[in-house]
Design a protein around this ligand. Structure first.
Ligand code: ZN
Length: 150
């Protein structure tokens, strides 16, 4: 089950945040109904905890139905980023601007999901500073499983 919150974005576009687990029941009808033809759609996906294998199909279908609109994805969660790495066509023509991924502080041990640009090697080139002690954080896992390779 997912919860979708929809609101306007500052550029006249539609902005929606998706929270929960994407499974075979995901349709995104709220977004598809409200997005006008040609309207830019910004999706915030940091609240997506997991995607089932049938949910991947549902998400792919949803992205296709957005058609030729400009679609921007912000702060995709680790679950989404991991699927996109395995299935590069999953998001269609959408542009991913950032990913919210797990980091750990080598100095004080704090673990946090932090937003970094969705570009190759961003886990090191854009490593966030720890909110507790200010040290440069390490990616918590294998960043190549979550970020683009090219
Ligand atoms: Zn720290």
């Amino acid at each position: 089950m997912v919860k979708i919150e929809i609101g306007p974005s500052d550029n006249g576009g539609l902005r929606a945040s998706v929270v929960g687990k994407i499974d075979e029941n995901f349709e995104g009808q709220e977004v598809l109904k409200q997005a006008r033809p040609g309207q830019r759609v910004t999706l915030r996906l940091d609240g997506v905890r997991s995607i089932s294998s049938l949910g991947v199909r549902a998400l792919e279908h949803f992205m296709q139905q957005l058609g030729d609109r400009e679609v921007v994805l912000e702060d995709i969660s680790a679950a989404v980023a991991n699927q996109v790495t395995m299935i590069p066509n999953l998001l269609g023509r959408a542009t991913v601007t950032s990913a919210k991924l797990p980091f750990v502080c080598p100095s004080c041990g704090v673990e946090e999901a932090r937003s970094i640009p969705y570009v190759r090697d961003a886990a090191t080139t854009h490593a966030p500073a720890c909110s507790g002690c200010g040290a440069k954080m390490d990616f918590d896992g294998f960043s190549e499983e979550y970020l683009p390779h090219a």
